[in-house]
Design a binder for this molecule. Structure first.
Ligand SMILES: *Cc1c(COP(=O)(O)O)cnc(C)c1O
Length: 532
């Protein structure tokens, strides 16, 4: 295979697979540069408070268990009576993590109106992990906590916590799989259906619909650089077309890292008032990185299903913590009720093994049941320690009084790195509120033109595969970046993650990109001379 053939083949792979191939190449780079991976969205920070509280609760839980049985390493079950008093005795309030535990238990009792012993018992057992998740979908008090967290961080002042139900999942990843699966199984999306997608977008939303068992037709709502990566307002008109069954949205977007502005939200609200049959799936995992963020779920709760993940904000990708949230009144249940009788009969048969009233079995319970092939509904649900960790992450935010320093710190980190990168490249920063700055999209042709003139941009476009620049960045400069094309961004865009590297790596990234462009410029000049 020559270089061109190899590059063409490589371009067939998904963006994440290409990046993982680049890793090896970059580690052995020709210039012996330090290896830099700016491809990954995995953050390099963690939240310590929730983690420390988790270990203290585990220690308390073991002590509680030893009260009822104790034979060497064998202990019994915990008991409800007086458990909160015993927790108080256990806590050493001079320790930060213990003071945090006391504060959030008080918060649960005083603000969320939860019984003190019941709350302590739920956390204790969840963290020991001595019971199947009951109810399967979500532990009851933990659901209240997650609901208030989602409301506080994503709804921008709209009260929906009481009317929202949550299904915790193994990260946003599992949420996405479960959603596609249950939409299909319940006939809400069928082969050949048209779905709208905001592009460029996180690769699975492009890849899954194309798989042979889905065969959906995508309609692109394309955000472009010349509109600051925002969807043009007029593009939303397509959602009025009743042949569009669903709208899949990542907001703030990935890779462009841009939140919908208030005009777009208003327009979506208007459309949803007319189109009571439109399904919206919004993935808001970067919502907290935007000041005054508002999710589509807050403006169109009936039509919208929300995906959230704790992975990015809390540096918790290994924990696998995320959720699906939806309103008690929702389009999904109403569309199921209106399915043809024939389809309903088939669904009745499947779900009747877990409910006596399959016709009123809500979509969120179907998601839970389907996640374990229905037959294992009774042992479904996210592991209880993971559910507890989600609640602990949420509580670190909820018990802050004068603004959340942790969330502010994560915003400052990505903003500083974004600034370092753009300053190094000599590109004007986009400091509008909607820019989450978690990722940056760099248009390599524009940059070539700006730094070395239009000829170079044309030369690169004409003579090289899109992936050539990326491959050379890895091979020569030891730098891994993801290509935007895999996310359906315009050719020549690179996605740089501001999450994954030390602050001082970003000027280096800029320098290496510029150095490589210089090499292409030199190549161009040599080839021109040879041509003459
Ligand atoms: C990272 C990411 C996810 C996956 O989140 P996990 O909770 O780690 O599985 C989902 N959606 C988007 C847009 C992401 O960027």
């Amino acid at each position: 295979m020559n270089t061109n053939q190899y590059e063409k083949k490589l371009e067939q792979l998904g963006a994440f697979e290409i990046a993982s191939k680049m890793l090896k190449v970059a580690k052995n780079n020709e210039n012996h540069n330090s290896f830099l991976n700016a491809g990954r969205g995995n953050p390099n920070w963690i939240n310590t408070q929730a983690r420390l509280a988790f270990t203290r609760f585990m220690a308390f839980g073991v002590k509680e268990s030893e009260r009822t049985m104790l034979e060497g390493n064998l202990a019994g079950y915990t008991t409800l009576d007086g458990i909160s008093g015993r927790l108080n005795d256990f806590l050493d309030l001079s320790q930060k993590e213990d003071a945090f535990i006391q504060t959030f238990i008080d918060y649960g009792v005083d603000v969320l109106d939860i019984d003190r012993d019941a709350l302590v018992k739920e956390f204790t057992d969840a963290i020991i992990g001595n019971n199947y998740p009951v109810p399967s979908r979500c532990l009851v008090n933990i659901e209240k906590i997650i609901n208030v967290y989602l409301q506080d961080t994503l709804y921008n002042g709209v009260s929906l916590a009481d009317s929202t139900q949550v299904f915790p999942t193994e990260g946003g990843t599992a949420a996405i799989c479960y959603i596609f699966n249950s939409l299909k199984k319940n006939g809400l999306i069928q082969e050949g259906d048209r779905i709208a997608i905001n592009m460029p977008i996180f690769t699975p939303y492009l890849q899954i619909p194309k798989l042979t068992n889905y065969k959906m037709v995508e309609v692109d709502l394309e955000a472009r650089e010349d509109n600051d990566w925002e969807i043009p307002l007029g593009a939303l008109d397509i959602l009025e077309d009743e042949s569009i069954k669903a709208f899949f949205l990542v907001n703030p977007s990935n890779p462009a890292s841009r939140a919908l502005d208030s005009k777009l939200l208003k327009r979506i609200k208007e459309i949803c008032e007319k189109r009571r049959d439109l399904i919206i799936i919004t993935d808001d995992v970067y919502g907290t990185f935007v000041d005054g963020f508002q999710t589509v779920y807050a403006v169109a709760p009936y039509n919208t299903l929300l995906v959230y993940s704790y992975s990015k904000l809390y540096g918790a990708t290994g924990w696998r913590t995320g959720c699906i949230a939806m309103n008690k009144q929702n389009v999904f249940d109403d569309l199921i009720a209106r399915l043809p009788e024939e389809k309903l009969k088939v669904l009745d048969k499947d779900y009747s093994i877990v409910t006596m009233e399959p016709r009123s079995f809500p979509f969120i319970e179907r998601l839970t049941a389907d996640s374990r092939s229905i037959g294992l509904y009774h042992t479904s649900g996210l592991s209880t320690p993971q559910q507890a960790m989600m609640a602990l992450f949420s509580l670190t935010h909820l018990v802050c009084h004068d603004g959340d320093n942790y969330i502010e710190s994560t915003k400052e980190i990505v903003a500083k790195r974004y600034h370092n990168l753009f300053e190094g490249l000599g590109i004007k920063e986009d400091n509008t509120r909607e820019n989450a700055k978690y990722y940056a999209l760099i248009d390599i042709y524009n940059l070539a033109e700006r730094l070395y003139g239009e000829n170079l941009a044309t030369y690169i476009r004409k003579n090289f595969e899109e992936i050539d620049f990326l491959l050379n960045l890895a091979k020569e400069e030891g730098l891994v970046i993801m290509e935007g094309v895999g996310f359906a961004a315009t050719p020549g865009t690179l996605r740089v993650s501001q999450a994954n590297l030390a602050d001082d790596a970003y000027p280096k990234i800029a320098k290496r990109i510029i150095e490589l462009l210089k090499e292409y410029d030199d190549k161009m000049k040599t080839s021109l001379e040879e041509g003459h």
